[in-house]
Ligand binder design. Structure first.
Ligand code: FMN
Ligand code: SF4
Ligand code: SF4
Length: 265
């Protein structure tokens, strides 16, 4: 059996969870781990093929209650080939809504036999306080225990997963019941702090930041937070008033109350 960690992870929380599950599964099986990080825009050009002797731990962050839209076309090109699959979603301490069921359904449609599934909390992409520091040591210990258990599973998942079919987007509303519209928001750059290192250009999963002018977001921004959290100078932030209003309500309503990892077999 070969173990694969497969993930999209703009700010690194999903990568940590999937890595811990896959490492523990591989150790249990005395197998190697092949890592497929499909975050960089160039990594989603070719397809992946698996066989019945593979175990694939596949993790995505929850975006608006669902599997991130941007990876869906690529995800549908994967050939599961009867491989054992474990869908994992990581969410920012609000809710994972329909995302786990959606990922399970997509993997099943690609030809995986999904034997288990899990949802974990990661620090919210928009925030430093919402889900701060998650996944932490306790989360990663839980991920490792889950990995040891899934290493031996060969039967399809028996329990039903929470979520709706078809999956629906989460509608974020303000206190007056009006929806937030943050589609046009893009990060701003404080040029007095920017040293031109180009890290933001490299980490943008949409390839949207100009190589010649890193303060310019020329393509679509999905608000993934990578350029902000990975800028070594702290030069980037969102200033869009609608984005900031949405963020303050998220932090107000969901910061307290530690949500725990959930497992399904
Ligand atoms: C556009 C967008 C939408 C999000 N929607 C949700 C959500 O519906 N529920 C939630 O709890 N967290 C949500 N999050 C937070 C991420 O799921 C969470 O921070 C996750 O840990 C990020 O994973 P990463 O570090 O692998 O990028 C959202 C983040 C982004 C960028
Ligand atoms: S990562 Fe930060 S410092 Fe580096 S180019 Fe981008 S904005 Fe400037
Ligand atoms: S520009 Fe937008 S999509 Fe690109 S890394 Fe920054 S937040 Fe993510």
């Amino acid at each position: 059996m070969k173990v694969h960690s497969l993930y999209f992870s703009a700010t690194g929380t999903t990568a940590k969870v999937v890595g811990a599950i896959a490492s523990a599964a591989a150790k249990t099986l005395a197998a190697d781990v092949a890592c497929h990080d499909v975050t960089p825009v160039t990594s989603r050009k070719g397809s992946l093929e698996f066989t019945g002797s593979d175990l694939v731990i596949f993790g995505v962050p929850v975006y608006i209650g669902r599997v991130p839209n941007l990876i869906k076309p690529w995800l549908e090109t994967i050939k599961g080939g009867g491989a054992f699959g474990v869908p994992v979603v990581v969410y920012g301490n609000r809710a994972y809504d329909d995302a786990l069921l959606e990922l399970y359904d997509m993997m099943t449609a690609c030809g995986f036999i999904c034997t288990a599934a899990a949802a974990f909390v990661g620090e919210h992409s928009f925030s430093r306080t919402l889900g701060a520091g998650r996944p932490d040591a306790a989360d990663l210990q839980a991920a490792a225990s889950f990995g040891e258990r899934v290493a031996h599973l060969r039967e399809p998942l028996a329990s039903s997963l929470p979520g709706r079919r078809p999956a629906q987007f989460y509608k974020a509303l303000d206190d007056e019941g009006k929806p937030f519209d943050i589609r046009k928001a893009k990060p701003e750059t404080d040029l007095s702090l920017c040293n031109g290192c180009g890290i933001c250009v490299a980490v943008c999963p949409m390839g949207s930041i100009s190589i010649s002018e890193p303060s310019s977001v020329e393509g679509i921004c999905i608000k993934c937070g990578a350029c902000i959290k990975k800028c070594p100078s702290g030069a980037k932030r969102f200033t869009d008033p609608e984005y900031l209003r949405h963020l303050s309500i998220l932090e107000r309503d969901y910061t307290s109350g530690r949500k725990l990892p959930e497992f399904f077999f």
